[in-house]
Design a protein around this ligand. Structure first.
Ligand SMILES: Nc1ncnc2c1ncn2[C@@H]1O[C@H](COP(=O)(O)OP(=O)(O)O)[C@@H](O)[C@H]1O
Ligand SMILES: [Mg+2]
Length: 366
């Protein structure tokens, strides 16, 4: 959705107006009648229903615009959902959520998707409860091989998206969906929620993204529009940063320092936050000091090796200490994890032009 004010949470719009739709049948054309069974997600902008495709009995997911929003917000969400339907109709990829059908119901756009097992966000929350009841949910991590496999799948989805001339701009666990486990317990990942997606040619725009996951250029404006609203210059490389942040989160249980700082700032300032977040690149307070022991030192120190300059200390590459995996002997103890973390930090490089090399490495291209 291309308007900053529309992507950021607004507590004022939280009352449930969707529940009255339960049991409702949506007719979207011949052979496409869907019954809304169960509200899966009730976000500020839209309602996501588990539904039954009446003709086949198949379980699907139906996205409808949130009812009861103010007219301007409602119109923006309608546009965003219409674009999501149009976009998914043209793009089919094994790691992008599949469109079942899209159409209009009572003048509102409706998108019908394959039903996935759960979002990565819910998976990580569940994992934290199952495996680490005494610890913070943010500390749930997945094994390096799994993190890399998922990151590769998302990378393939991103490559296909970028080749279609679009950038996602809101890559995060809530917008990644997992398939049900197969016979050997494997779950694959699909990229979802294309409501914020923009053409690559649309380089300058108002704020889009989620603080914590967004690349630095998504939260640091390059200027203002005629109304004084901040404008941001993004590219396909902004998505590669978010993928690095995702890999970092899966491996370490936390966002990198910039991500933590941006999130903290946003949570503290809420809707009053002004852009840029001044201190986005200053050292983050220790929000989650009890990270996995093999990452007890600051993993961001390794960034010096990739970005040339440490974001917090300003140390240059020439002054860089040996990398964290080397310091911890991690390269011998857990070479996969060490390599995956290096990759995550390379993807999160401050210079967008350098992220592509790391993305190629992840995709296995030279
Ligand atoms: N196809 C799907 N299968 C299962 N759950 C889904 C599906 N699509 C969305 N969801 C659930 O709804 C949530 C919000 O969906 P999303 O497409 O991101 O819409 P929003 O615009 O509200 O962010 C997801 O995080 C996930 O929990
Ligand atoms: Mg979403």
């Amino acid at each position: 959705m291309p308007d900053s004010s529309m992507r950021l949470p607004a507590a004022a719009n939280r009352q449930c107006t969707a529940c009255s739709l339960k049991g409702q049948e949506l007719a979207l054309g011949l052979g496409h009648r869907y019954r809304l069974d169960h509200l899966l997600s009730h976000s500020t902008w839209g309602d996501i229903w588990q539904a039954t495709w009446q003709q086949t009995g198949a379980v699907v997911v139906v996205k409808v615009p949130r009812q009861g929003l103010e007219p301007q917000a409602q119109a923006l969400h309608r546009d965003s959902l219409r674009r999501e339907g149009d976009f998914l109709r043209r793009l089919s990829h094994p790691y992008i959520v599949r469109l079942q059908c899209s159409g209009q119901w009572q003048g509102e756009p409706v998108v019908v998707l394959e039903k996935m097992h759960q979002s990565l966000k819910d998976y990580l929350g569940q994992l934290a409860l199952d495996t680490r009841p005494a610890q913070l949910p943010q500390l749930a991590t997945v094994p390096a091989a799994q993190a890399l496999a998922w990151a590769r799948q998302v990378a393939m989805a991103l490559r296909s998206l970028h080749r279609s001339g679009r950038k996602h701009l809101d890559l995060k666990p809530a917008n990644l969906l997992l398939s049900a486990p197969d016979a050997s317990g494997r779950q694959s990942m699909r990229l979802a929620d294309f409501g914020a997606c923009l053409p690559l040619t649309h380089e300058l725009h108002s704020f889009i993204g989620t603080p914590g996951w967004a690349a630095p250029e998504q939260i640091r404006p390059v200027g203002a529009d005629s109304r004084g609203l901040p404008m941001f210059a993004t590219s396909a490389a902004s998505d590669w940063y978010a993928l690095g942040q995702l890999l970092h989160r899966l491996l370490t249980g936390r966002l990198n320092a910039e991500g933590r700082q941006a999130l903290l700032q946003w949570r503290t300032a809420g809707a009053q936050a002004t852009w840029p977040i001044e201190s986005a690149l200053t050292p983050a307070p220790a929000l989650l000091d009890d990270a996995p022991t093999w990452l007890a030192s600051d993993p961001d120190a390794m960034r010096v090796r990739h970005a040339g300059v440490h974001p917090a200390t300003g140390a240059s590459r020439a002054q860089a200490p040996t990398s964290l995996p080397e310091q911890l002997g991690l390269a011998e103890k857990a070479p996969d994890a060490a390599a995956a973390l290096e990759l995550a930090l390379a993807l999160c490089c401050a210079d967008p032009s350098q992220r592509l090399a790391a993305a190629r490495q992840l995709l296995g291209e030279d």
